[in-house]
Design a protein around this ligand. Structure first.
Ligand SMILES: [Zn+2]
Length: 357
Protein backbone atom coordinates (compact mmCIF):
# COMPACT_ATOMS: atom_id res chain seq x y z
CA UNK A 1 0.00 0.00 0.00
CA UNK A 2 1.39 3.38 -1.01
CA UNK A 3 1.07 6.95 0.17
CA UNK A 4 1.07 9.70 -2.44
CA UNK A 5 2.17 13.09 -1.15
CA UNK A 6 2.91 14.98 -4.34
CA UNK A 7 0.47 14.77 -7.23
CA UNK A 8 -0.89 17.73 -9.13
CA UNK A 9 -4.59 17.73 -9.89
CA UNK A 10 -4.39 18.62 -13.60
CA UNK A 11 -1.47 16.35 -14.55
CA UNK A 12 -3.01 13.42 -12.67
CA UNK A 13 -6.43 13.44 -14.35
CA UNK A 14 -6.91 9.97 -15.84
CA UNK A 15 -7.21 9.62 -19.61
CA UNK A 16 -10.67 8.06 -19.29
CA UNK A 17 -11.79 11.31 -17.65
CA UNK A 18 -10.17 13.50 -20.31
CA UNK A 19 -11.37 11.59 -23.39
CA UNK A 20 -15.02 12.77 -23.27
CA UNK A 21 -13.71 16.34 -22.92
CA UNK A 22 -11.98 16.03 -26.28
CA UNK A 23 -15.41 15.48 -27.75
CA UNK A 24 -17.21 18.18 -25.77
CA UNK A 25 -14.60 20.81 -26.49
CA UNK A 26 -13.45 19.90 -29.97
CA UNK A 27 -14.82 23.10 -31.51
CA UNK A 28 -12.99 25.28 -28.98
CA UNK A 29 -9.64 23.48 -29.02
CA UNK A 30 -7.25 24.73 -31.65
CA UNK A 31 -4.25 22.93 -30.44
CA UNK A 32 -1.56 20.95 -32.22
CA UNK A 33 -0.87 19.05 -28.99
CA UNK A 34 -4.47 17.79 -28.96
CA UNK A 35 -4.09 16.71 -32.57
CA UNK A 36 -0.85 14.88 -31.73
CA UNK A 37 -2.40 13.07 -28.78
CA UNK A 38 -5.61 12.12 -30.54
CA UNK A 39 -5.24 12.52 -34.30
CA UNK A 40 -8.33 13.61 -36.22
CA UNK A 41 -10.37 14.02 -33.07
CA UNK A 42 -12.14 16.97 -34.67
CA UNK A 43 -13.70 14.92 -37.45
CA UNK A 44 -14.79 12.01 -35.30
CA UNK A 45 -18.53 11.70 -35.10
CA UNK A 46 -20.13 11.49 -31.71
CA UNK A 47 -21.46 7.94 -31.99
CA UNK A 48 -18.16 6.64 -33.21
CA UNK A 49 -16.29 8.52 -30.49
CA UNK A 50 -18.39 7.07 -27.68
CA UNK A 51 -18.46 3.57 -29.09
CA UNK A 52 -14.76 3.42 -29.58
CA UNK A 53 -13.83 5.24 -26.41
CA UNK A 54 -11.52 2.51 -25.14
CA UNK A 55 -9.64 2.51 -28.45
CA UNK A 56 -9.13 6.28 -28.23
CA UNK A 57 -7.98 5.88 -24.66
CA UNK A 58 -5.29 3.49 -25.85
CA UNK A 59 -4.25 5.88 -28.62
CA UNK A 60 -3.84 8.78 -26.19
CA UNK A 61 -1.96 6.57 -23.70
CA UNK A 62 0.37 5.37 -26.44
CA UNK A 63 0.98 8.90 -27.71
CA UNK A 64 1.69 10.16 -24.20
CA UNK A 65 4.23 7.39 -23.73
CA UNK A 66 6.11 8.50 -26.82
CA UNK A 67 5.72 12.24 -26.21
CA UNK A 68 8.95 12.43 -24.22
CA UNK A 69 12.49 11.90 -25.45
CA UNK A 70 16.01 11.75 -23.97
CA UNK A 71 16.24 15.51 -24.28
CA UNK A 72 14.99 16.96 -21.01
CA UNK A 73 14.86 20.52 -22.37
CA UNK A 74 12.56 19.43 -25.17
CA UNK A 75 10.57 17.40 -22.65
CA UNK A 76 9.98 20.50 -20.55
CA UNK A 77 8.39 22.23 -23.53
CA UNK A 78 6.29 19.14 -24.27
CA UNK A 79 5.26 18.98 -20.64
CA UNK A 80 4.07 22.60 -20.66
CA UNK A 81 2.10 22.01 -23.86
CA UNK A 82 0.40 18.90 -22.55
CA UNK A 83 -0.27 20.50 -19.16
CA UNK A 84 -1.99 23.47 -20.74
CA UNK A 85 -4.06 21.18 -22.98
CA UNK A 86 -5.14 19.21 -19.90
CA UNK A 87 -6.10 22.52 -18.27
CA UNK A 88 -8.26 23.43 -21.25
CA UNK A 89 -9.88 20.01 -21.21
CA UNK A 90 -10.63 20.09 -17.51
CA UNK A 91 -12.12 23.57 -17.16
CA UNK A 92 -15.04 25.42 -18.68
CA UNK A 93 -16.14 29.03 -19.09
CA UNK A 94 -19.24 28.11 -17.16
CA UNK A 95 -18.36 28.06 -13.43
CA UNK A 96 -20.95 25.39 -12.66
CA UNK A 97 -19.60 23.13 -15.35
CA UNK A 98 -16.05 23.68 -14.02
CA UNK A 99 -17.21 22.66 -10.55
CA UNK A 100 -18.79 19.54 -11.95
CA UNK A 101 -15.53 18.74 -13.73
CA UNK A 102 -13.50 19.29 -10.53
CA UNK A 103 -15.77 16.95 -8.66
CA UNK A 104 -15.64 14.24 -11.32
CA UNK A 105 -11.93 14.75 -11.90
CA UNK A 106 -11.16 14.31 -8.19
CA UNK A 107 -13.29 11.18 -8.13
CA UNK A 108 -11.37 9.81 -11.14
CA UNK A 109 -7.95 10.62 -9.60
CA UNK A 110 -8.86 8.91 -6.32
CA UNK A 111 -10.13 5.88 -8.19
CA UNK A 112 -6.97 5.59 -10.25
CA UNK A 113 -4.61 5.90 -7.25
CA UNK A 114 -6.69 3.37 -5.33
CA UNK A 115 -6.46 0.97 -8.26
CA UNK A 116 -2.68 1.28 -7.99
CA UNK A 117 -2.77 0.32 -4.31
CA UNK A 118 -2.57 3.71 -2.62
CA UNK A 119 -3.95 3.97 0.85
CA UNK A 120 -3.73 7.74 1.08
CA UNK A 121 -3.25 10.61 -1.39
CA UNK A 122 -2.64 14.33 -1.15
CA UNK A 123 -3.69 16.25 -4.25
CA UNK A 124 -2.11 19.60 -5.00
CA UNK A 125 -4.63 22.03 -6.48
CA UNK A 126 -4.38 25.77 -7.01
CA UNK A 127 -6.49 28.17 -4.96
CA UNK A 128 -7.94 31.09 -6.92
CA UNK A 129 -7.28 34.76 -6.37
CA UNK A 130 -10.85 35.28 -5.23
CA UNK A 131 -11.91 33.48 -2.11
CA UNK A 132 -15.31 32.41 -3.34
CA UNK A 133 -13.80 30.49 -6.28
CA UNK A 134 -11.32 28.80 -3.94
CA UNK A 135 -14.17 27.81 -1.67
CA UNK A 136 -16.16 26.39 -4.57
CA UNK A 137 -13.17 24.55 -6.03
CA UNK A 138 -12.32 22.87 -2.72
CA UNK A 139 -15.94 21.90 -2.15
CA UNK A 140 -16.28 20.51 -5.66
CA UNK A 141 -13.19 18.34 -5.07
CA UNK A 142 -14.53 17.34 -1.67
CA UNK A 143 -17.80 16.16 -3.23
CA UNK A 144 -16.01 13.94 -5.74
CA UNK A 145 -13.60 12.55 -3.13
CA UNK A 146 -16.43 11.89 -0.67
CA UNK A 147 -18.40 10.06 -3.31
CA UNK A 148 -15.36 7.88 -3.99
CA UNK A 149 -14.77 7.19 -0.30
CA UNK A 150 -18.43 6.36 0.32
CA UNK A 151 -18.56 3.96 -2.61
CA UNK A 152 -15.32 2.26 -1.57
CA UNK A 153 -15.96 2.22 2.15
CA UNK A 154 -12.83 4.26 2.83
CA UNK A 155 -12.17 6.96 5.35
CA UNK A 156 -9.88 9.94 4.86
CA UNK A 157 -8.39 8.53 1.66
CA UNK A 158 -7.65 11.91 0.09
CA UNK A 159 -6.52 15.35 1.22
CA UNK A 160 -6.07 18.59 -0.71
CA UNK A 161 -2.99 20.81 -0.59
CA UNK A 162 -3.45 24.35 -1.90
CA UNK A 163 -0.61 25.23 -4.25
CA UNK A 164 0.46 28.76 -5.15
CA UNK A 165 2.02 28.90 -8.58
CA UNK A 166 4.77 31.37 -9.50
CA UNK A 167 5.09 32.49 -13.09
CA UNK A 168 7.17 35.41 -14.34
CA UNK A 169 8.27 36.14 -10.77
CA UNK A 170 4.70 36.50 -9.50
CA UNK A 171 2.50 34.07 -7.59
CA UNK A 172 -0.35 34.16 -10.09
CA UNK A 173 -3.05 32.79 -7.82
CA UNK A 174 -2.03 34.55 -4.60
CA UNK A 175 -3.81 37.47 -3.08
CA UNK A 176 -3.07 38.65 0.51
CA UNK A 177 -6.74 39.28 1.40
CA UNK A 178 -7.72 35.98 -0.09
CA UNK A 179 -5.09 34.19 2.04
CA UNK A 180 -6.55 35.82 5.15
CA UNK A 181 -9.93 34.62 3.92
CA UNK A 182 -8.56 31.08 3.54
CA UNK A 183 -7.32 31.21 7.16
CA UNK A 184 -10.79 32.34 8.30
CA UNK A 185 -12.43 29.49 6.41
CA UNK A 186 -9.95 26.97 7.84
CA UNK A 187 -10.65 28.28 11.33
CA UNK A 188 -14.36 27.79 10.72
CA UNK A 189 -13.76 24.27 9.40
CA UNK A 190 -15.15 25.31 6.04
CA UNK A 191 -12.40 24.03 3.75
CA UNK A 192 -12.77 20.28 4.08
CA UNK A 193 -9.76 18.06 3.30
CA UNK A 194 -7.30 20.96 3.03
CA UNK A 195 -4.13 19.87 4.83
CA UNK A 196 -1.88 22.81 4.01
CA UNK A 197 -0.05 24.82 1.40
CA UNK A 198 2.39 24.25 -1.41
CA UNK A 199 4.48 26.53 -3.61
CA UNK A 200 5.31 25.63 -7.18
CA UNK A 201 6.26 27.17 -10.53
CA UNK A 202 9.33 29.16 -11.61
CA UNK A 203 12.35 28.96 -9.34
CA UNK A 204 13.90 32.28 -10.29
CA UNK A 205 15.03 34.71 -7.63
CA UNK A 206 12.23 37.07 -8.60
CA UNK A 207 9.28 36.70 -6.28
CA UNK A 208 11.13 34.73 -3.62
CA UNK A 209 10.52 37.53 -1.10
CA UNK A 210 6.78 37.03 -1.62
CA UNK A 211 7.27 33.32 -1.00
CA UNK A 212 8.90 33.99 2.36
CA UNK A 213 6.22 36.54 3.27
CA UNK A 214 3.47 33.99 2.61
CA UNK A 215 5.35 31.31 4.55
CA UNK A 216 5.64 33.65 7.51
CA UNK A 217 1.89 34.44 7.37
CA UNK A 218 1.16 30.70 7.46
CA UNK A 219 3.60 30.31 10.34
CA UNK A 220 1.75 32.98 12.34
CA UNK A 221 -1.54 31.26 11.59
CA UNK A 222 -0.12 27.88 12.65
CA UNK A 223 1.27 29.33 15.89
CA UNK A 224 -2.11 30.85 16.68
CA UNK A 225 -3.65 27.40 16.19
CA UNK A 226 -0.96 25.44 18.00
CA UNK A 227 -1.44 27.70 21.02
CA UNK A 228 -5.01 26.41 21.22
CA UNK A 229 -4.00 22.79 20.57
CA UNK A 230 -5.56 22.83 17.14
CA UNK A 231 -4.08 21.05 14.14
CA UNK A 232 -1.59 22.99 12.08
CA UNK A 233 -1.24 23.08 8.31
CA UNK A 234 1.72 21.73 6.38
CA UNK A 235 3.95 23.90 4.19
CA UNK A 236 5.70 22.33 1.26
CA UNK A 237 7.89 24.16 -1.25
CA UNK A 238 8.93 22.95 -4.69
CA UNK A 239 12.62 23.60 -5.17
CA UNK A 240 15.81 22.40 -6.78
CA UNK A 241 14.53 21.17 -10.13
CA UNK A 242 16.15 24.01 -12.08
CA UNK A 243 19.70 23.26 -10.99
CA UNK A 244 21.06 23.61 -14.53
CA UNK A 245 19.67 27.10 -15.09
CA UNK A 246 19.93 28.63 -11.66
CA UNK A 247 23.10 30.07 -10.19
CA UNK A 248 24.23 27.57 -7.51
CA UNK A 249 25.17 30.48 -5.22
CA UNK A 250 21.58 31.72 -5.34
CA UNK A 251 20.26 28.22 -4.68
CA UNK A 252 22.52 27.85 -1.61
CA UNK A 253 21.24 31.15 -0.25
CA UNK A 254 17.64 30.29 -1.13
CA UNK A 255 17.70 26.86 0.49
CA UNK A 256 19.49 28.18 3.59
CA UNK A 257 16.71 30.69 4.03
CA UNK A 258 14.03 28.14 3.18
CA UNK A 259 15.27 25.46 5.56
CA UNK A 260 15.55 28.02 8.34
CA UNK A 261 11.88 28.91 7.98
CA UNK A 262 8.96 26.83 9.19
CA UNK A 263 8.40 24.39 6.38
CA UNK A 264 7.57 20.70 6.50
CA UNK A 265 8.60 19.40 3.11
CA UNK A 266 10.60 20.19 0.01
CA UNK A 267 9.20 19.12 -3.37
CA UNK A 268 11.96 17.39 -5.39
CA UNK A 269 14.97 19.10 -3.77
CA UNK A 270 16.98 17.82 -6.73
CA UNK A 271 19.71 20.48 -6.46
CA UNK A 272 20.46 19.29 -2.93
CA UNK A 273 21.00 15.62 -3.75
CA UNK A 274 21.88 15.36 -7.45
CA UNK A 275 25.20 13.44 -7.61
CA UNK A 276 28.34 15.18 -8.64
CA UNK A 277 28.60 12.76 -11.58
CA UNK A 278 25.41 14.21 -13.08
CA UNK A 279 25.84 17.83 -12.05
CA UNK A 280 29.35 19.09 -11.62
CA UNK A 281 29.83 21.93 -9.16
CA UNK A 282 32.73 23.34 -7.19
CA UNK A 283 33.89 21.61 -3.99
CA UNK A 284 32.52 24.59 -2.05
CA UNK A 285 29.02 24.21 -3.53
CA UNK A 286 29.14 20.45 -2.93
CA UNK A 287 29.98 21.01 0.73
CA UNK A 288 27.14 23.50 1.10
CA UNK A 289 24.72 21.16 -0.64
CA UNK A 290 25.65 18.36 1.74
CA UNK A 291 25.26 20.63 4.76
CA UNK A 292 21.80 21.67 3.57
CA UNK A 293 20.81 18.09 2.92
CA UNK A 294 21.87 17.13 6.42
CA UNK A 295 19.96 20.03 7.91
CA UNK A 296 16.78 18.50 6.42
CA UNK A 297 17.22 15.68 8.92
CA UNK A 298 17.85 18.02 11.85
CA UNK A 299 14.79 20.10 11.02
CA UNK A 300 12.60 17.11 10.26
CA UNK A 301 11.90 18.30 6.73
CA UNK A 302 10.78 15.65 4.29
CA UNK A 303 11.80 15.35 0.65
CA UNK A 304 8.96 14.66 -1.76
CA UNK A 305 10.81 12.66 -4.42
CA UNK A 306 9.29 12.33 -7.89
CA UNK A 307 11.61 9.94 -9.80
CA UNK A 308 10.03 9.82 -13.28
CA UNK A 309 9.41 13.55 -13.25
CA UNK A 310 13.11 14.17 -12.56
CA UNK A 311 14.21 11.58 -15.13
CA UNK A 312 12.18 13.30 -17.83
CA UNK A 313 12.52 16.98 -16.93
CA UNK A 314 16.06 17.22 -15.54
CA UNK A 315 19.46 15.83 -16.63
CA UNK A 316 19.01 12.92 -14.19
CA UNK A 317 19.20 9.78 -16.34
CA UNK A 318 19.13 6.90 -13.88
CA UNK A 319 16.89 6.50 -10.86
CA UNK A 320 19.82 4.78 -9.10
CA UNK A 321 21.40 8.24 -8.94
CA UNK A 322 18.78 9.23 -6.37
CA UNK A 323 20.85 8.66 -3.18
CA UNK A 324 18.31 6.65 -1.17
CA UNK A 325 20.95 4.95 0.97
CA UNK A 326 22.45 8.32 1.86
CA UNK A 327 18.99 9.56 2.92
CA UNK A 328 18.56 6.46 5.06
CA UNK A 329 22.00 6.70 6.68
CA UNK A 330 21.48 10.35 7.50
CA UNK A 331 17.87 9.98 8.65
CA UNK A 332 16.53 12.22 5.91
CA UNK A 333 12.83 11.56 5.52
CA UNK A 334 11.50 11.12 2.03
CA UNK A 335 8.38 10.03 0.22
CA UNK A 336 8.07 8.67 -3.31
CA UNK A 337 5.55 10.32 -5.60
CA UNK A 338 4.22 10.63 -9.13
CA UNK A 339 4.02 14.44 -9.62
CA UNK A 340 1.87 14.26 -12.80
CA UNK A 341 1.17 10.58 -13.37
CA UNK A 342 -0.98 10.84 -16.50
CA UNK A 343 1.35 13.16 -18.37
CA UNK A 344 4.40 11.07 -17.41
CA UNK A 345 2.61 7.74 -18.08
CA UNK A 346 3.45 6.46 -14.63
CA UNK A 347 1.73 5.35 -11.44
CA UNK A 348 2.64 5.20 -7.78
CA UNK A 349 3.57 1.50 -7.86
CA UNK A 350 5.93 2.10 -10.76
CA UNK A 351 7.66 5.00 -8.94
CA UNK A 352 8.31 2.74 -5.93
CA UNK A 353 9.59 0.05 -8.25
CA UNK A 354 12.04 2.55 -9.81
CA UNK A 355 13.49 3.31 -6.38
CA UNK A 356 13.51 -0.14 -4.81
CA UNK A 357 14.54 -2.43 -7.64
ZN1 LIG B 1 5.24 19.07 -8.45
Amino acid sequence: MFIERHCHYTGSLPIEFLIPQFLDKRDEIEDSTAERLLPNYRILDEVDFHQRRHIYQDIVAQNLRTAFTDDWRLNKRRFDEIYSLFQTLSRSNDPEQTERLYSEGSYAIAQSFYRHHSKHIEIKAGPRKDLDSTYRRVHAMHRGLSRFENESGLNNFAEITLTFMKKGGIFQNYDPDSLTGIFTLLEAGKLPRVNGFDFSGDETEEGSDTLFEIISEIEKFNKFRAARNLRTYIVTVHGGEEFVNIDPAFYIEFFSRLLASRIDRVGHGTFLWIPHSVFETTPYIDRERRALLNSLARRNIELELCPTSNLLLTPLKDSRDIPISYFRQHHIQFSINTDNCTIFSTNIAREHHLIYS
